[in-house]
Design a protein around this ligand. Structure first.
Ligand code: 8YV
Length: 356
């Protein structure tokens, strides 16, 4: 055990989780600064909540991003010179080429996000860089947005709002702004992870029956009576509303394509709070134009914020700018969770949310 002041690090060869990474070989060098009493230097790529920045100032040597712009790769690499960790958001694309250019001093990437599709985990593993995420703490906030999207899309909320703002509301009639009721309908969930489970719970409050597709069937206490579809295809034909909650990866890219959209019930509603990459934009827009998909509620997009312009032209889309986790409570919790992970790493412990 090496006592490095505030940071205590185990150097024994028995230090299990680091063995497979040959982590100890580079660890002592990286800790010279702590044994001299210096705090680890952390590059914080975006503006974080005050409580999170205060803790960073107290326990680390943070380098903040004064105007909150998105760093170019060159800027990021230059900033990382002499840094021990990076605290990025999903706005930073840490592709293999970027990770390959990080200085050797960088030992950890503590993400301010649950999704890690913006980080090449293989490349990080190859360089013995530990990567963490922030699960759990954003499930409630994201499930709230899933419900908002469901209701907003089904009840034409954005259309109604636009009409009033444009001072074009002239009449009421029984045929005016008629939407789809979600109460009592069937909700299909793709990805019964943390956010999917909370969304299912909230939807039950609207008497919705829950069907789901997941890599594996979840235990009965999580299912709460939800019907498991081993094949995605059978789920598609069974639901009135489809909500996406699975991670983006090479395997799930354009999971919702023209062929699968055709399997949805006519008049189905699609909701996406996960990642834009799950959806083939052209195919969804075609189905929205044809009315096969009655409406879509989207919080995430391909290439955001430069989203496919076709969505703006469609009246039956309810669009939000990736605000799934954007509550004060959740953003604080995400930042503090990222710091818990960093604290563990710099104390030589296994971080709670390690993904690489
Ligand atoms: C966050 C998200 O706002 O955590 C995620 O994966 O998609 C979000 O809701 C975002 O990632 C912050 O970096």
């Amino acid at each position: 055990m090496v006592d490095t002041g505030s940071h205590v690090v185990s150097c024994g060869r028995h230090a299990d989780w680091r063995d497979d990474l040959a982590y100890l070989d580079c660890w002592p060098n990286s800790l010279q600064y702590t044994s001299m009493g210096a705090k680890p230097k952390v590059i914080v790529t975006r503006k974080l909540p005050e409580a999170v920045e205060a803790r960073l100032r107290r326990d680390y040597e943070p380098v903040f991003n004064a105007d909150d712009h998105v760093y170019s790769t060159d800027e990021l690499i230059d900033l990382c010179d002499g840094a021990q960790a990076l605290l990025p958001c999903h706005s930073e694309h840490l592709a293999a080429e970027v990770i390959a250019r990080l200085p050797d001093s960088v030992k950890a990437i503590a993400n301010f996000s649950v999704g890690v599709d913006h980080v090449d985990l293989e490349a990080a593993r190859a360089r013995n860089i530990i990567v963490t995420n922030t699960p759990d703490v954003l499930s409630d906030a994201t499930a709230e947005i899933a419900m908002l999207l469901m209701l907003g899309a089904a009840r034409r909320a954005a259309e109604g709002d636009r009409l009033i703002r444009a001072d074009q509301w002239r009449l009421w009639s029984p045929a005016f702004m008629v939407g789809t009721q979600i109460t009592g309908k069937t909700l299909g969930i793709i990805g019964m992870g943390r956010v999917g489970q909370v969304t299912a719970r909230r939807a039950r409050g609207f008497d919705m029956s829950i069907h789901y597709h997941n890599r594996r069937r979840v235990p009965a206490e999580i299912e709460q009576g939800a019907l498991y579809h081993e094949r995605l295809e059978t789920l598609l034909g069974a639901c009135d509303v489809l909500s996406l909650h699975c991670p983006a990866s090479a395997q799930t890219r354009h999971l919702i394509d023209a062929k699968r959209i055709a399997l949805l019930r006519p008049g189905a509603i699609l909701v996406n709070t996960a990642r834009g990459a799950l959806v083939d934009d052209e195919a969804l827009q075609e189905a929205l134009r044809a009315g096969h998909v009655a409406a879509a509620g989207l919080d995430v997009f391909n290439d955001e914020p430069d989203i496919h312009p076709g969505y703006r032209a469609l009246a039956n889309t309810f669009l939000l700018p990736h605000i799934g986790s954007a509550t004060r409570e959740t953003r604080d919790a995400m930042g503090l969770r990222a710091l818990d992970n960093l604290d563990a790493i710099f104390a030589g412990r296994e971080p709670g949310d390690r993904v690489a």
